[in-house]
Design a protein around this ligand. Structure first.
Ligand SMILES: [Ca+2]
Ligand SMILES: [Ca+2]
Ligand SMILES: [Ca+2]
Length: 280
């Protein structure tokens, strides 16, 4: 009994700590989404931040940085500031309604090919993070934004006609990033820019972002209970067949636990290694 109670307490504490490093951020102070809105990530408190361009340029915490509350609404040591994006704008896209409109219809834009909207996030606990970046221009389906992060080579384009809900590549991008206690990876630097050949009059939009600390990496632990056993089979099969469905059913876990050969996707080539890991 006692050890069960201890286990339950440890589990509750670790879950609390993970949520303490999960953040939802809506750019602009108008029309903030409600706390039950998950967008493409976790539901919870939405920070409404102005992210006005602040000088001097710095990647470390800026004197004018804005503090963030976590998804439980609690104050944290995490602060955010921005350099480069000058145009806090809004455009009522008739296709978005409710919380989707609250997140997506107001945005920070850059209109310069050589100056991105650059967001710096400081004060995060060390660990692995997932960042969902909304970079969708309302009323402009042919306009893409390019999302990139410091020290990360993945630079996807985001844009298109509103698909009726969030779709990766159309309304948001997804990155995984490492944060360390000190050194060059001790902050997150998020950038949204105009792709080469893009339209500077319309510009590129940053609507908001969601940041969550990932649970400890355990290969083949598909339900993130920190055990590898038969209860992970269903999640693995789902991840194999439909990534989005897996993410929807295990929103606090990490699909990469099923990528046993480390090639970046959960595929048929991972099946035998998954079975062996579960059996052992
Ligand atoms: Ca808003
Ligand atoms: Ca498990
Ligand atoms: Ca794989």
């Amino acid at each position: 009994m006692k050890s069960n109670l201890l286990l339950a307490t440890v589990f509750a504490l670790s879950a609390t700590s993970l949520h303490a490093q999960s953040f939802n951020v809506d750019v602009g102070v108008a029309d903030k989404p409600s706390d039950n809105y998950a967008a493409a990530g976790l539901p919870g408190y939405w920070n409404a931040v102005r992210l006005q361009h602040v000088t001097p340029f710095m990647i470390t915490p800026h004197p004018q940085a804005e503090p963030l509350r976590d998804i439980n609404g609690n104050a944290t040591n995490v602060v955010v500031h921005q350099f480069g994006g000058m145009d806090l704008n809004s455009s009522d896209d008739p296709a978005t309604i409710g919380n989707d409109a609250g997140l997506m219809d107001d945005f920070l834009a850059t209109h310069s090919l050589s100056l991105e909207t650059c967001v710096y996030i400081n004060g995060l606990e060390p660990g692995e993070y997932e960042v969902i970046t909304y970079a969708w221009m309302p009323n402009s389906p042919s306009t893409d934004g390019k999302v990139r992060f410091d020290f990360n080579s993945y630079q996807p384009l985001v844009g298109g006609e509103w698909p009726g809900g969030h779709v990766e590549g159309i309304t948001f991008s997804r990155h995984q990033l490492t944060v360390t206690a000190s050194g060059s990876l001790s902050y997150i630097g998020l950038h949204v820019g105009i792709p080469s050949g893009g339209n500077t009059t319309i510009g590129a939009a940053l609507n908001g972002f969601q940041l969550r600390k990932l649970p400890p990496f355990i290969a083949a632990d598909m339900n993130c209970d920190q055990q590898v056993d038969g209860s992970d089979v269903a999640g693995f099969v789902t991840a194999l067949l439909d990534e989005d469905q897996y993410r929807a059913s295990e929103p606090t876990c990490n699909i990469d636990h099923g990528d046993l050969n480390g090639n970046g996707i959960v595929g048929p080539e991972d099946i035998s290694a998954f079975v062996n890991t579960v059996l052992n």
